[in-house]
Structure formats: structure tokens, C-alpha cells
Write a protein that binds this ligand. Sequence first.
Ligand code: BG6
Length: 488
Amino acid sequence: RENSTVSITVVGASGDLAKKKIFPALFALYYEDCLPEHFTIFGYARSKMTDTELRNMVSKTLTCRIDKRENCSEKMEQFLGRCFYHSGQYDSEENFAELDKEIKKHEAGRLSNRLFYLSIPPNIFMDVVKCASKSASSANGWTRVIVEKPFGQDSESSAALTRGLKQFLVEDQIFRIDHYLGKELVENLSVLRFSNLVFEPLWSRQYIRNVQLIFSEDFGTEGRGGYFDNYGIIRDIMQNHLLQMLALFAMETPISLDAEDIRNEKVKVLRSMKPLQLEDVVIGQYKSHTKGGFTYPAYTDDKTVPRDSLTPTFAAAVLFIDNARWDGVPFLMKAGKALHTRRTEIRVQFRHVPGNLYRSFGTDLDRATNELVIRVQPDEAIYLKINNKIPGLGMRLDRSNLNLLYAARYSKEIPDAYERLLLDAIEGERRLFIRSDELEAAWALFTPLLKELEEKRIAPELYPYGSRGPVGAHYLAAKHKIRWGDLS
Ligand code: BG6
């Protein structure tokens, strides 16, 4: 609105996330004319910096998708002109009150809305929320706070964090980011399911044999070992990114696209799942590997990681949803660092065609079932493996893909997840943010397992850097008569 203004404060402005993701995403939104007419961005952190130094820092790290476009530098100058820096302690009410004064100067009497992005470690969330909500209470519009995982380490610490935040904020003011929800293909999941007649009727135990959610990265924890060692891959990827994709994949049809309706369905499906047991999981950790004369380091070679760390950098798990739609269908998850490739995808393996007429024409029944692949990244795509006749006078079949490759179909660039999420937070759209009961249900699934792994000091299976991960993952799938789709 013309007489309103949005002040965005990036708390922890000199950190990695702010530099690599938040400022570039804000700039991309500005470039696309998606930010409100009156907005100001404040960087807040402990280090001393002038506005000019912040602007230099931001312009240097502007590696977003916009930087090759026409008049980018002109827009960039305008954008930087709207960025300011305020240095202060994270637990100082006084420093936040000074920031508030600065913000007010820029608001120039307009209706004031405040957005705080907490790009800081969770152990200081509470201090900042306390100080920021106090000073922002003078704002006459909305105040919202974006927080990003880790939301605790287990059910108890997460509940404590939620209780703490709610001393100063109501649930509607808290925007918990899971950046995977901002990815184009993850957002498309419900479009695919609920706007195409050909998928939704097949979306159940009757036709689907298993579902696989796979995350792999071809690099280790380089530089992040200190953080990672306190969390491990299950907390870093599975309990949030993969579980969120699973919930969207498996939920019942929401009564509308309203945020609460969608989140109600996600919570229901999460609550229908059984907490994981030790026998449902395989964990791994990468070891060093020499290839082409170069030695890739082991996880424990990282100086910030204890030499005897048992933290998993890989995990595979099988989950079941105890409801009428999914009873008995294994949902397999696999997440790993330092593997042979970088890819995130959902693979849906369908059941066999009963009494397959073409069994003797080149289809191996076990392998030739239909498979739908939703490739979240890189090279976004949706493809369906079908059996097809090889052209010619004979009758031989092979497996081919019906392929929707985004780069070939759409000329528009895919926005970064943070762009969508920041825009939604500014617009008050909560659909892609995690509600506290969702978070609670997600932790309930993983907490007993994590405790057991840690209490019993279960050793991870070592796998070479750059490999396909521990062989235990194959056995886990084989126990359920499944082959990982990405390996076959
Ligand atoms: C983060 C994890 O949430 O997601 C990282 O903490 C991981 O360990 C990252 O590398 C992956 O995100 P993306 O968008 O690069 O796939």
C-alpha cells in the first residue's frame, strides 16, 4: 500500500547465509519489482561496519541469477541505496532500540511493518527475539520473524524453543523456513497430484509399490564441520527437507489451498507415521579417497570435527504411513554428503502390470514397472518411465521416458527458493512455512531413533568420498524387496 513501508532487518548480516542467499534473493525480488514501493533493508550484526562497507560486501557476493541481465548494475545501485547497516549486540535491548530509531527515520511516518530474518545460530534466537519484539512493538503494522533450522536437536529442545519464541510472538508471526519448500518442483508437487486426473487415482497402495526420496551431494562438509558435527545428516536433511517433501507427496487432498488447510493435512500424514526404529535405518560416514592423483578428505579430517566422531554424513531409512491410503507402502529416504553426484529427487515405483502380456518380449518384469521421477535439482524435470515398442518389424520392448525437462520446456529461469519464501513472508502467505505442530510431529518421528543411535554409540558404515554410499543402504532396500531407482 502507498502509505505503508516494510523494513527488513537481516540479523547476522555478515554471515554466510545472508551473503550467499538472503541479500541476493532480496535483490532478485527488487529486480523483478516484487518488493513493496517503500522498503528499507538493514543489516544487523556485531562487527563494526559502515553502510558503504555493507554495500560493498553485498555487491561482491551478488552471485544470484540476475547478475548477467540487462541494466543489472543500475538496479543494483538503486537497491544498495536502500541497504543500511547497524552494528549491535544480539542481546542488547538498547542496541535494538537504536536500530528501531533508525528504522523509524526511514519509515517517515508511514504505516510500519517489520520483518526480521534471523540468520544466526539458534542459541541466540531468544535474545534477539526478545529485544527485537520489544523495540518493534512500537510499529503500527505487522511484525514477523523468519527463523531457519536447526529448530532444536530433538523433541524436547525444539518444544523449549517453540515455548520460548511464543513468550514474545504469536504463532502467526513466526515464519519457520525449510528452504526446500521454496523449490519449484516441491511447490509443483500438489499441482501435479491434484490438477491432473492421471496421477491422483494412482496415488495409493493399490498402484504404488514404494516411494523413494533421495538427496545426494557430491561435496563433504567443507568448512561446516563444526556445525554439522552437532547435528548429522538425519537432523540436517531428513527430519526436515525430505520429510517435508514426503508430507506434501503423501497428504490427503486439502479442502482448499489455504495455508491452514494444507498444513492441517501435512500434520495428519506426519502423525500417521510410526517413529523410526534402529532396524529401519543405515548410517554412514565418508572416509578419504584418492582419485586421479587427488586425495579427498575423510569427514574426520576436518579440523573442527573430533577424530572419533560417529556423526553420520549418510543415512538411509524406511518409513511407513499407517493410514488407509498408504498401509504397507515403504517410503525410503536416502541422504548423503560426499557422494558421486549432486541430485535431489522423488522416485515413485509402481506395481507390476498384472498378467503382463509382453513378458517374453524383452521386459524384465521386476525392473520394467513404471517409475515416475520428480527431479528437484539440478536440471529440474518430471519424467515417467514407460515400456515401449522398439520401432521395427519385430516385437521388442524397451523402457523409455516421457520427459518434461524444464530447461527445454520453459524459457523462464527458476527463482531461488529464498526468493519465493521471502516474498511470501512479506506478503503474509504462510503455506510454505512450518507450523509448530508440524515441527513437533516431525521431531516425534526421529527423536527416539536419534537418542538410541547416540546412546548406543552406533558406528556408521564408512564409504569412500565420491562413492555411491554404504552398501548397507542396498540391504535395507532389499529387505523390502526394493531396488534404489537411482542406482539401477
Ligand atoms: C541445508 C543443509 O539445509 O541444505 C546443508 O544444512 C545442505 O547441509 C543444503 O547442503 C542443501 O541445500 P540446496 O538448496 O543446496 O540443495
